[in-house]
Design a protein around this ligand. Structure first.
Ligand SMILES: CC(C)(COP(=O)(O)OP(=O)(O)OC[C@H]1O[C@@H](n2cnc3c(N)ncnc32)[C@H](O)[C@@H]1OP(=O)(O)O)[C@@H](O)C(=O)NCCC(=O)NCCS
Length: 231
């Protein structure tokens, strides 16, 4: 697999489909470690098992190409909130999936978070919006008293990307953070979470999805790539 050099101040965003041929899925599955295989095996539904294995396999494929190492040899560690990182490598990454869309963001040391959500109707969208969005965000999301799904998921993914960059898993801060600006100060004051000024931007996902990236520091240069088996 060919990768461009990951330069200082850059973020590479890879998109991939979680629908792959059985032979590709088998190869990806073979690169997972024991705890990933156990987690995959614990899913009740095949679709979730397939998406998880495929996502982790593609993550390993991409990381191993940048690090020029074997995909199966990579070892992840996890924060108390479940944020994965690489043992002993400078490379920072985060991943997100929605339905069969996978996004992976990488940087050479910039703390980051990514989120993607397929735009869809939710029966409780109004109530969720009022719970997780600030008054300013609600003014943006609601039109004539009804939430606009695209605007809803734009705000949602920006918020989730920020939380993932910080490493939070808790939901206490949601309405207190304003994510419509491109530079946001976030100070969760939680163990293991990162505070500071985060650059926020929308990401092109190539589908009917909303996606966003958050990076600790100023907004980075973003380069987009698409993963295919063998590229
Ligand atoms: C942990 C959390 C951030 C994951 O979000 P999600 O939408 O369920 O799933 P995503 O597809 O975006 O991301 C999942 C990936 O993020 C990574 N991840 C897991 N926990 C993480 C954390 N605390 N921080 C950053 N990344 C995390 C993992 O790689 C995971 O994928 P994998 O387990 O398949 O490898 C989320 O469940 C959560 O706790 N959110 C709290 C905030 C909230 O309620 N937001 C609502 C709207 S703003």
């Amino acid at each position: 697999m060919h990768t461009q050099p990951l330069l200082t101040g850059q973020v590479h965003v890879w998109s991939a489909s979680l629908v792959q041929d059985p032979s590709v899925l088998a190869k990806l599955h073979a690169s997972l470690c024991a705890d990933e295989l156990a987690r995959a095996g614990a899913f009740r539904f095949d679709v979730h098992r397939r998406r998880y294995s495929c996502g982790r396999g593609i993550l390993r494929s991409i990381l191993s190409a940048y690090l020029r190492t074997d995909a199966a040899s990579l070892r992840f560690t996890y924060s108390a909130t479940g944020r994965p990182s690489l043992n002993g490598a400078e490379l920072e990454f985060n991943l997100a999936h929605s339905d069969d869309v996978l996004l992976i963001a990488l940087s050479g040391g910039l703390r980051l978070g990514i989120d993607v959500e397929c735009v869809r109707a939710l029966s409780d969208m109004s109530a969720v919006a009022r719970r997780v969005f600030s008054p300013g965000e609600c003014a943006y999301v609601f039109r004539d008293g009804t939430p606009d799904p695209r605007r809803f998921f734009r705000c949602w993914t920006r918020k989730e990307a920020l939380l993932k960059a910080s490493g939070c898993g808790l939901q206490d801060h949601l309405a207190a953070i304003e994510v419509l600006q491109d530079q946001v100060t976030f100070d969760p004051q939680e163990d293991g979470c990162c505070s500071g000024s985060f650059g926020l931007c929308d990401v092109e996902s190539g589908n009917d999805c909303a996606a966003a990236l958050a990076v600790l520091g100023p907004a980075p240069e973003i380069l987009n790539f698409t993963w295919h088996e063998g590229n």
